[in-house]
Design a protein around this ligand. Structure first.
Ligand code: GLU
Ligand code: MG
Length: 447
């Protein structure tokens, strides 16, 4: 306890010497929104001691700010949770001088971790893997669109021009926002490797280096939040929405996943194994395929997500895998040896980083634990519906698949899955009652 206090004192002194006076403590809600509080540096010991109180219904709050009835929320009288900063995650916030970022863990009144907290869920999956003496190594890749005001209360794509596919410089990015973002992300300690203009007009991608799954989830969560915040500083909107436009493709959240043993050696590859993969690696891929319908609920968590899927999209449509094949849901990149890994292309950028990473690693864990058998890889064109089962076509179908997947539910935690399903089914219900622009355009004039 004393040494902790001394550590906190030393941390505070160090931050003060760097002219820092605020610690921005944040955590992910159920859908990946960055929630938290700006804490004056002098108040940090209190935040570390009793934690920062929030109403538990923060996990059940919609993007419109409404609190929906879920276990532990309204029915329990809107009790508190306490968020305690995890000082090991302290990091600079270069676009906000004088402030630093710190992630928090969420505790219930009895001192246990909140089971619906996405950071709790990903740690739980790490513990399961550790029981097999394994650790998942994750490299996240995220795509997003930048939008600017259209002057009429709406948004249009930023920097639009024909064919700026992987074009560098100011052609597709007239204000140099991407380079500024890349440098800020590096200064923020996010271990970013590269950034580029993506396939679609106004679409960009940032790649993060790989690390152990909890750290990778923390960094991907902070990266999404940072990209949005930096865009706001530039007067732009960065959206990770899966398929924001009818005339352009969607934004993916690809995960590179390998497995390491306790000594830090890659056990995913094996030069003598089939396809250069070890038995463990093949089981892990098979686990992701086996649990894909349920995993979709976490990797593709919005109603809009399912509009990104389809043939010829570079996004998946079927539950398949291939060797260096971008039309498959799981691609095994050509690297072998220590770089052997799978690239899971299922997720879209709206996914909560903690949950897509937790779900994917949990599916890989189950594949290894249950010795799931890998089928033959898809060859050539991967969008042949005769050749492989189809992903769930809608969010409700994916939610039903998650509910039915008791093995995945046990690994992620029953309480969490119950809360997630209730939250998302409420979202589906609200959408089903809402009259859309499409309906008015299609029906109003002739019918
Ligand atoms: N935008 C595509 C997707 O939604 C991926 C493009 C790429 O291969 O990077 O997944
Ligand atoms: Mg990409």
């Amino acid at each position: 306890m004393n040494s902790n206090r001394q550590d906190v004192g030393a941390v505070i002194e160090q931050l003060r010497s760097q002219d820092v006076d605020v610690v921005r403590v944040s955590y992910s809600d159920m859908i990946g929104i960055d929630r938290g509080r700006d804490v004056l540096l002098d108040e940090l010991p209190g935040a570390l001691g009793h934690g920062l109180p929030f109403s538990r219904c923060i996990y059940h709050t919609t993007p419109m700010g409404d609190c929906i009835p879920i276990q532990g929320g309204m029915e329990d009288g809107l009790p508190d949770i306490h968020v305690r900063p995890d000082l090991s995650t302290l990091a600079p916030l270069p676009w906000e001088p004088g402030a630093v970022s710190c992630l928090g863990d969420t505790f219930l009144a009895d001192g246990t971790l909140a089971p619906e907290s996405p950071r709790t869920v990903v740690s739980r999956v790490a513990e399961h893997l550790a029981q097999l003496n394994l650790q998942a190594i994750i490299g996240p890749e995220l795509e997003y669109f930048l939008c600017e005001s259209d002057g009429a209360g709406g948004y249009r794509r930023y920097g639009e021009g024909p064919g700026n596919v992987y074009v560098v410089g100011r052609k597709g990015d007239p204000n140099g926002v991407l380079l500024k973002t890349l440098r800020h992300l590096r200064e923020a300690g996010l271990r970013v490797t590269a950034a580029n203009h993506e396939f679609c007009a106004g679409q960009f991608e940032v790649n993060l280096n790989h690390s152990e799954l909890v750290d990778a989830a923390d960094r991907a969560f902070r990266m999404k939040s940072a990209v949005q915040e930096i865009a706001r500083h530039e007067g732009l909107l960065a959206t990770f929405m899966a398929k924001p436009f009818n005339d352009e493709g969607g934004s993916g959240f690809h995960l590179h996943l390998s497995l390491e043993n306790e000594s830090g050696d890659n056990v995913f590859g094996d030069a003598d194994g089939e396809h250069g993969l070890s038995e463990t690696g093949r089981h892990a891929v098979a686990g992701v395929l086996r649990h894909a319908p349920a995993l979709a609920a976490l990797a593709n968590p919005t109603i809009n997500s399912y509009k990104r899927f389809g043939p010829d999209t570079l996004a998946p449509w079927l539950i398949d895998w291939g060797l260096d094949n971008r039309s498959a849901m799981v691609r095994i990149p050509p690297d072998r040896g220590p770089g052997t890994r799978m690239e899971v292309r299922l997720g879209d950028a709206t996914a909560n980083p903690y949950l897509i990473i937790a779900g994917t690693a949990a599916a890989a864990y189950l594949g290894v634990r249950d010795k799931a058998e890998l089928t033959a890889p898809v060859e050539g064109y991967g969008y042949n519906p005769e050749a492989a089962p189809m992903l769930p076509p809608t969010l409700p179908a994916a939610l039903d698949a998650l509910e039915a997947d008791t093995a995945l539910t046990e690994v992620l935690g029953r309480y969490f899955v119950g809360s997630f399903l209730a939250y998302k089914r409420n979202e589906v219900e609200r959408f089903q009652r809402f009259v859309t622009d499409w309906e008015f355009r299609e029906y109003a004039y002739h019918l």
